[in-house]
Design a binder for this molecule. Structure first.
Ligand code: NAP
Length: 245
């Protein structure tokens, strides 16, 4: 596997309990890494029966990353960290993001938490000359009617990815991001389980299919590997061509 062999490396995927993050976590595990994930539920058993590849073989901790003091206080189960993937995220429908409480919640989970987790692990990433990978969204690049906080948080994540990359380049840390298009996860059920909305969405995707967590994982592996050694501060759309059409 060469450049994509992560044997001996430690990876933390925040939001790795489900969806895209879970796919990324298993991709690193399959390539030899010791992989830890964070999620919102108390124990691994609380995820039994969920879709996805599960938490088998992954370290698990419950951390609400919108509680920035809690993030700072975490005592991780590892002492070194090579790759930090920030795949946490949420959205509120039915105009909940037009209420300030809802707006703030989504901003905290999707954007503030990136800063909280990145600064928490900056010392370990610096020691390892590691990689930080953010998961934003193609929503960063167009309006999302009904979801002002989701849009602002994702546009913010793209900017933060740039600035952390420049700020920490001298520490030997590479920071990059992935902007997924439409991936079938519990976050997108409102679209994928509505046949009319699904058909309309597929119409706008040149690849003519939804993305998968594995599609995102391929790019995460690349961004964590020496193959991308000269890529700094970029957020790569992984969207089947969605934002081009
Ligand atoms: N699916 C898409 O089409 C799509 C498109 C563009 C961008 N994205 C982005 O991709 C990322 C992953 O989303 P997904 O689609 O894979 O959805 P998902 O399956 O719902 O995964 C979201 C993850 O974030 C965790 N999380 C949510 N709130 C949290 C909190 N307060 N503290 C700690 N963890 C929290 C969830 O934990 P639990 O498992 O405990 O719920 C879960 O692991 C998000 O940033 C999302 O915005 C997704």
């Amino acid at each position: 596997m060469g450049d994509l062999d992560f044997t001996g490396k430690t990876v933390l995927v925040v939001g790795g309990s489900s969806g895209i993050g879970n796919g990324i976590a298993h991709a690193f595990k399959a390539r030899g890494a010791s992989v830890h994930v964070w999620g919102t539920r108390a124990t691994v058993a609380d995820y039994a029966g969920e879709e996805g590849s599960g938490l088998s073989g992954l370290g698990y901790a419950q951390v609400d990353v919108s509680d920035f003091d809690a993030v700072a206080a975490v005592r991780p189960a590892f002492t070194s960290l090579d790759v930090l993937v920030l795949a946490q995220g949420t959205v509120i429908y039915r105009r909940g993001e037009f209420e300030m409480a809802g707006f703030q919640k989504v901003m905290d989970v999707n954007l503030g938490s990136i800063m909280a987790c990145a600064t928490k692990f900056h010392p370990m990433l610096k020691a390892a000359k590691g990689s930080l990978i953010t998961i934003s969204s193609t929503a960063a690049y167009h309006a999302t009617i009904g979801n002002p906080a989701y849009n602002a948080s994702k546009a913010g994540a793209v900017g933060l990815t740039r600035t952390l990359a420049v700020s920490w380049a001298g520490d030997g840390i590479r920071v990059n991001g992935i902007a997924p298009g439409l991936v079938d996860t519990k976050l997108t059920r409102v679209t994928t389980q509505n046949p009319e909305r699904l058909a309309a969405s597929l119409q706008g995707i040149p690849a003519k299919r939804l993305g998968t967590p594995e599609d995102m994982a391929g790019v995460a592996l690349f961004l964590a590997s020496p193959l991308s050694a000269y890529v700094y501060g970029q957020t790569i759309p992984v969207d089947g061509g969605l934002i081009l059409s």
